[in-house]
Design a protein around this ligand. Structure first.
Ligand code: ATP
Length: 543
């Protein structure tokens, strides 16, 4: 009775501890993964399939969890049962015990074979799941779904998906068969062992060298030995397949960050915000240390590409505006990414207030720089949350002030729930101009020393254009700015304009000088004037 009570209590404690340890490790792994992935350089995200990455954070972590929560307890409990049984058996009758133990090595053989197969199957299953996840995340967002519909591709998409789902199904069946065969082999071995004990023990009992009682006890004990042994062998296979998950999780966790803070990095302190760029060259990295090969798209280039920026020398005095123009693909957005250190220069340096950006902590550098990108991304959250992304403790009055300055307050007030309106891809769809103004409001809340603006190339109507221009004037006032300009009004106002062509500075100067020079800038300007004139005609076709 005491033993039964102790067993009940111990089994409860065992489950509690194994669950606490297992879940605790998973919690640590998950948080560490999320944190690590966020810190990885942008190059990691441009190459990685989001769905496959998410699958690793979910499915693989769960795979690892199974080993810990389920198996840990089994291993400990069965090891204890097995050892105590062997000791008891030896105390009762050592010869029969030795015979029973002779079979033990045979348990290891099928485990080896099955372990290898299960590991391969698990890895293949995980890869297929990740690839299905990647397809789903790409197709089940607004732009993806729209593309599939417009090209009438849903049949082909389903067929492709079904092929992979079918392979997962086959793997499931194979894995079930293997585990059943494995179980049958173990049961068979147990039965053989038990029969041997009865046969050998039986003849000893007939001889009278052991009592019937000892024989009966040995019969019970041998079952108590082979049961846990089978479970331990099974656990070994489970652990092997869980190792596949661990391996995949650690592959991501071990990806080092080539754009990490230097060990002696210092914080950039707020200041006038002067920028100096010397001999700056850049090529997009090929597969680098931060790459996780199994997460990349198949077309990922392994070799670094050509130089996108070549030997740029630039200086922007505090409070001044540098306009950057140039044909598509000339490296304008790339320059913006380097200023915020989303990438590190291949050659040359960028200094902010006299300090090389590689010597500054990234957090302090980015806290001083505000960026409005071409696509002005908004999260699927409320407008208020999106704005507070820049400053979590901003009051409603501060939000109002920023929105008023960015000429978006009226639009927000007209929305059904004001600041509580959900926006983003799956929420209220703001127009291009509205999104840009909201992004400018977010930037104003951040109140940076330096502003980098990648103007959207899309045409805005006259009213929107005027509002965005007013918002920009507020955003740029008194701040150092680098503006990748696509609008006439922005370009004209710049203190200096550089014209990039294939990563080189082709021309530089103020608007009037460049316009008169009759070079690339004059051509670009003519094109812009023509485009804007045509774009503003009431019935002109828009792209
Ligand atoms: P646009 O005006 O069309 O936006 P841009 O002048 O801003 O063009 P960038 O986006 O800086 O041009 O691109 C410069 C070159 O670098 C292009 O040839 C582009 O194909 C290449 N490029 C951009 N991003 C990457 C990347 N992540 N990996 C490799 N090459 C890239």
């Amino acid at each position: 009775m005491v033993a039964a009570l102790a067993h009940a209590l111990l089994s409860f404690l065992e489950r509690w501890w194994s669950a606490t340890i297992g879940e605790g490790v998973i919690f640590d792994l998950r948080v560490a993964l999320f944190d690590h992935v966020q810190r990885l350089p942008l190059s990691f995200f441009t190459r990685t399939q989001t769905g496959a990455l998410v699958s690793r954070l979910n499915n693989d972590v769960i795979g690892a969890q199974r080993a810990l929560t389920g198996t840990l307890g089994t291993v400990v409990a069965n090891a204890i049962t097995g050892i105590t049984t062997v000791v008891t058996m030896f105390m009762l009758e050592w010869r029969i015990t030795l015979l029973a133990l002779l079979l033990v090595p045979l348990f290891v053989l099928p485990a080896r074979r099955v372990g290898g197969v299960v590991t391969d199957i698990t890895r293949e299953g995980m890869n297929l799941n990740a690839s299905m996840n990647a397809t789903m995340t790409e197709r089940f967002n607004v732009s993806g779904a729209q593309l599939v519909k417009l090209f009438g591709r849903h049949g082909d998409e389903t067929a492709g998906f079904a092929a992979r789902a079918g392979r997962v199904r086959d793997i499931g069946v194979r894995s079930a068969l293997y585990s059943r065969m494995f179980l049958i082999a173990l049961t068979l071995l147990g039965a053989l062992g038990t029969a041997a004990v009865y046969w050998f023990g039986g003849s000893m009992a007939i001889d009278g060298s052991i009592s019937i009682g000892t024989l009966a006890s040995m019969g019970v004990l041998v079952a108590q030995l082979y049961g846990p042994l089978a479970q331990l062998t099974n656990a070994r296979v489970d652990v092997l397949s869980a190792f596949v998950s661990f391996e995949r999780v650690f592959e991501v966790l071990d990806a080092p960050n080539p754009v990490a803070d230097a060990p002696d990095a210092v914080a950039s302190t707020p200041g006038p915000g002067g920028i100096r760029i010397s001999g700056l060259s850049f090529r997009y990295p090929g597969a680098d240390k931060a790459s996780v090969a199994s997460l990349e798209t198949e077309s990922t280039p392994g070799e670094p590409g050509r130089l996108v920026l070549r030997g740029l020398d630039l200086e922007v005095a505090p409070g001044r505006m540098l306009g950057v123009v140039g044909p598509s693909g000339s490296g304008k957005s790339t320059l913006a990414s380097l200023l915020t250190r989303l990438y590190d220069a291949t050659e040359g340096s960028i200094e902010v207030d006299g300090q090389d950006v590689r010597r500054l902590t990234q957090a302090s550098l980015r806290s001083r720089i505000g960026v409005v990108t071409q696509d002005a991304h908004l999260f699927h959250e409320t407008i208020g949350d999106n704005l507070r992304f820049a400053r979590p403790d901003a009051t409603v009055e501060e939000l109002d002030a920023a929105c008023r300055a960015a000429r978006i307050l009226e639009v927000v007030q007209r929305l059904p729930d004001g600041y509580d309106t959900l926006v983003g891809e799956r929420g209220y769809r703001l127009s291009g101009g509205e999104k840009q103004r909201l992004a400018i409001a977010r930037l104003l809340l951040k109140d940076p020393d330096i502003v980098i603006l990648d103007e959207a190339t899309s045409h805005l109507d006259t009213e929107n254009e005027a509002l965005v221009q007013e918002a920009l004037t507020e955003a740029l006032a008194g701040r150092t700015s680098v503006v990748i300009a696509h609008r006439l009004s922005t370009i004209v106002g710049a203190d200096e304009i550089v014209v990039l062509d294939e990563g080189r500075i082709a021309e530089r100067g103020r608007h009037e000088e460049l316009r008169g020079a009759g070079g690339l800038y004059a051509d670009l300007w003519e094109g812009l004037v023509r485009e804007e004139r045509e774009g503003r005609e009431p019935h002109a076709p828009r792209v």
